[in-house]
Design a protein around this ligand. Structure first.
Ligand code: UDP
Length: 410
């Protein structure tokens, strides 16, 4: 196990952005947890939404006086091939899950659990990757409740994968899901905590003109002066970059000079990324207005989400989809699919548009509607920012999380 390096956060810094009542609620929960030591475990320090969340949650909890650590599993490609298969199976794919794969999962998770020290009062395991630690953790920390926080879309899991995960998940003390309809899937007490974005992170903070200008240069030949549609997602089959390309092609027929940016990260625990990237790049080859970009720094992602006229998130499955709130916070309307957490964030006709996940043509048509109407984009952008401010900023998420942890420790 290893602990990622983190930058400090201070709760005072959020006072200009977040309602005072939200901060008061957070501080009062934090006081109740001041004698507890909490551990979060996941499988990657970079790339993807869980790492993004923990990077902000953990330092802010410590600033609030709640002693919180974050440890990342030490694992190799063989383990990550197994866990990606489990992830895909839980999202409904017919992915392989053989006995040797299960054995790899068990041995890696047990080996990691043996490294956890015995001074924690509560452990939060994120997603299926670290769940196999449960028996060893119980031996080492017999009094510490174990919480499973599941960030993935459990709408239609494959039965074999669900059975494998349930073998572990049914033995946690409590679960946390990102949406209420995932709550009954595993038979343990479950509460919903919606994820959130950190308005002060490098990805989401406001940018001055000099920074925007240098980011423009970095993104050249992509331009913020011509119409621009963007998607920011791991290269993953569920993120449906091919659907976004089809929507873009539909929109480009009506909007001359339209550009598309497909920015994607290679998360450390995602063995499919390179293959999906290569397929996307091949599909887009020969189209000079399509820019397939990899591993951009957070400041560049920030500038891209601001510089885009419309963001598209046409996922086929989505636990929550932080990228939607990231764009809305920057006043960029989003066309997204009616899956997972996306409809919590996009209010159709107010902050963006919702489309059926199979309907790339409809997504293209909604993109055109937005590009054709500057007023509508501005109004949706302003609505989107306030929607995120009310519901999807970091202090609210940590308060909801503390509320659950206090319940579990009671
Ligand atoms: N992300 C990034 N660079 C990329 C692609 C994604 O920094 O090239 C970030 C994105 O900004 C967001 C997170 O990775 O913060 C993705 O979270 P989301 O919940 O949208 O999806 P997940 O990857 O967890 O399925």
């Amino acid at each position: 196990m290893h602990a990622p390096a983190l930058s400090d956060r201070s709760i005072e810094a959020y006072a200009d952005t977040v309602e005072a009542e939200q901060l008061d609620r957070l501080r009062s929960f934090a006081e109740e947890l001041e004698d507890d030591r909490i551990l979060h475990v996941n499988s990657t320090a970079t790339g993807g939404g869980v790492a993004e969340l923990l990077r902000s949650i953990v330092p802010l909890c410590n600033d609030l006086g709640v002693d919180t650590d974050w440890l990342v599993l030490d694992a190799d490609d063989e383990f990550f091939a197994v866990t990606k298969s489990i992830h895909n199976g839980l999202q409904g794919d017919d992915a392989p899950l053989t006995d040797p794969m299960k054995a790899t999962y068990r041995s890696v998770t047990e080996r990691n659990a043996a490294e956890v020290d015995d001074e924690y009062d509560l452990v939060v395991l994120h997603d299926p990757q670290p769940l196999g630690m449960i028996d060893r953790l119980r031996e080492r920390l017999p009094d510490a409740p174990i919480v499973w926080r599941c960030h993935i879309d459990l709408t239609d899991p494959s039965p074999d994968h669900l059975a494998f995960v349930t073998e572990y998940a049914s033995r946690v003390d409590h679960a946390i899901a990102s949406r209420s309809d995932y709550a009954g899937v595993i038979d343990v007490p479950t509460r919903v905590v919606h994820p959130s974005i950190d308005p002060l992170s490098e990805k989401n903070r406001s940018l001055d003109e000099a920074t925007v200008s240098s980011e423009r240069d970095r993104l050249y030949p992509l331009s913020f002066d011509a119409p621009l549609v963007a998607q920011v997602s791991r290269f993953d089959p569920w993120k449906d970059q091919f659907g976004t390309l089809a929507a873009f092609r539909r929109a480009r027929d009506e909007i001359p000079g339209l550009q598309l940016a497909l920015a994607g990260a290679m998360a450390g625990d995602d063995p499919e990324a390179l293959e999906v990237y290569e397929r996307v790049a091949k599909d887009a080859a020969g189209e000079p207005h399509v820019h397939v970009l990899t591993d951009l720094p957070d400041t560049t992602i920030n500038a891209l989400q601001r510089g885009a006229d419309v963001v598209v998130q046409k996922s086929l499955r989505e636990g929550f989809g932080l990228v939607v709130s990231e764009a809305l916070w920057k006043r960029t309307p989003v066309v997204g699919s009616t899956v997972g957490g996306i409809p919590l964030q996009i209010e159709d006709g107010r902050t963006g548009h919702l489309v059926d996940p199979d309907d790339a043509q409809a997504a293209g048509a909604r993109v055109v509607d937005l590009l054709d109407d500057d007023d509508r984009r501005r109004t949706f952008g302003a609505n989107g920012r306030e929607h995120v401010r009310d519901r999807f900023l970091l202090p609210r998420q940590i308060a909801d999380l503390f509320d659950v942890l206090l319940d579990v420790l009671d």
